[in-house]
Design a protein around this ligand. Structure first.
Ligand SMILES: Cc1cc2nc3c(=O)[nH]c(=O)nc-3n(C[C@H](O)[C@H](O)[C@H](O)COP(=O)(O)O)c2cc1C
Length: 199
């Protein structure tokens, strides 16, 4: 079983990197093959709104987007990690997500899938962290990631959301978060094995 892990933080070795690494470790322990993508090291243009995707559902901009997209197409699970930046995801992750508008066009415009009809062929795990403690800290991230996953026929299976993590190594003070991330990676693989995908 293939899983794609998308590292969305610009900060190497930061909190989301550490948590995602743990989740990847868990998925591998459970028998998955994991393809890891570090967005900060990749060349991914934002969406340019040229809508060439209306022809065939493919994004016409040629850069590293296709590498990740091809890996996702081949996968049964995705794990995405992003810090909260001004109540949304990082710019690196948002650029990637916006390019998936090509898949939204394919699904809802070209294929004409009715809105609200469940259709998914993989499960997703979200990991996000923020420095503050507000009740609504993850509202923006969750909305964006939910709609991103819908566009690529992925069901958001679980979210690990941690408040109060600011400095690079803050997550290391919380062994329980690391254990939770490892377990979530393992459980994602088991959940995929048990899921009857709807298409
Ligand atoms: C540009 C920027 C915007 C941020 N915006 C928020 C925010 O809106 N709310 C919050 O609680 N923390 C915010 N933070 C703090 C980060 O979410 C926090 O430091 C996090 O641990 C970074 O994760 P990382 O180590 O994986 O990069 C922001 C940090 C940066 C650099």
């Amino acid at each position: 079983m293939k899983i794609v892990a998308i590292y969305g933080s610009p900060r190497k070795g930061g909190n989301t990197d550490t948590l995602l690494k743990k989740a990847v470790e868990g998925a591998i322990l459970a028998g998955a093959q994991v393809d890891e993508f570090f967005l900060r090291d990749m060349k991914i243009s934002p969406c340019l709104e040229i809508y060439a995707c209306k022809e065939d559902g493919r994004c016409a901009i040629k850069d590293d987007f296709q590498k990740i997209f091809n890996a996702i197409s081949d996968s049964k699970g995705i794990i995405v990690a992003s810090p909260v930046f001004l109540y949304g995801v990082s710019a690196q992750l948002k650029a990637f997500i916006d390019r998936c508008q090509s898949r939204w066009v394919k699904k809802y415009v070209i294929d004409g899938v009715p809105f609200g009809r469940e259709r998914f062929n993989r499960l997703g795990l979200l990991i996000s962290v923020g420095a503050s403690h507000g009740k609504r800290l993850f509202d923006g991230v969750l909305l964006t990631v939910r709609y991103f996953m819908d566009a690529i026929d992925t069901k958001l299976w679980k979210s690990l959301l941690y408040r109060g993590l600011e400095d690079k190594d803050d997550v290391l003070k919380h062994e329980e978060y690391l254990v939770e991330a490892l377990n979530a990676g393992q459980q994602l693989v088991l959940a995929i094995e048990r899921t009857k995908f709807v298409f």
